[in-house]
Ligand binder design. Sequence first.
Ligand code: 6PG
Length: 255
Amino acid sequence: MATTASQTGKEENKKRVEIFDTEENLAIDLAKYTADLSDKFCKERGAFTVVVSGGSLIKSLRKLVEVDSIDWSRWHFFWVDERVVPKHHEDSNYKLAYDSFLSKVPIPPGNVYAINDSLSAEAAADDYETCLKHLVKTNVLRVSDSTGFPKFDLMLLGMGPDGHVASLFPGHGLCSENKKWVASITDSPKPPSERITFTFPVINSSAHVALVVCGSGKAEPVQMALNKTGSVPAGSVSAEEELVWFLDKPASSKL
Ligand SMILES: O=C(O)[C@H](O)[C@@H](O)[C@H](O)[C@H](O)COP(=O)(O)O
């Protein structure tokens, strides 16, 4: 059972907060939310562009693999950030998503866009950006009319205990990067230190963003992000259609 903040009049334009008694119920609702958007975009444009983070978000996608109605052949799958390690390294977000999700659903392998793991962080970021620009040219990926940045249909993001999203960390200069679509970082405070990450203009040009946050250890940054009582990167996340926060009770305990 979820409590929607919009029922309490807290809804701001294009932002909704859903609070769940358990992570299990959150995962069930997240699967339905994602499947509904997949149906919508597959009907509207014959494709569905989905971006995931690493971390515990992938575990919360487990119920999605049980949804029979999804047309996986239309999915195009991306990462909002990735560690610059070999694809099958234990720190790889590709490996994390493959083992828990991609290996269980029939998304065409050519529609799964992993980084080129033979490149340096900087070259891998440029290479990923080139890949996105090609997908814009071939109309797989839309561009936002208002920002000119790529407009993914759905981003499914986690948030760190310091309020970071993707690999955009508090106080890091990358949080204000407003030209690049994909940037590299070599001093990530969360190991491993070398990563690539989408920038905020790309994240915030998404049609839909789901910020999935569980556990009492994140209650403080959730409160800071939602009540604007402090600046954490997650507080800067927005979406062109709708941003939905999926919280379990412990993560919402300071709201
Ligand atoms: O590559 C990464 O490290 C992730 O993309 C990162 O942004 C993650 O989403 C947060 O750190 C939350 O991770 P947890 O949910 O596991 O705390």
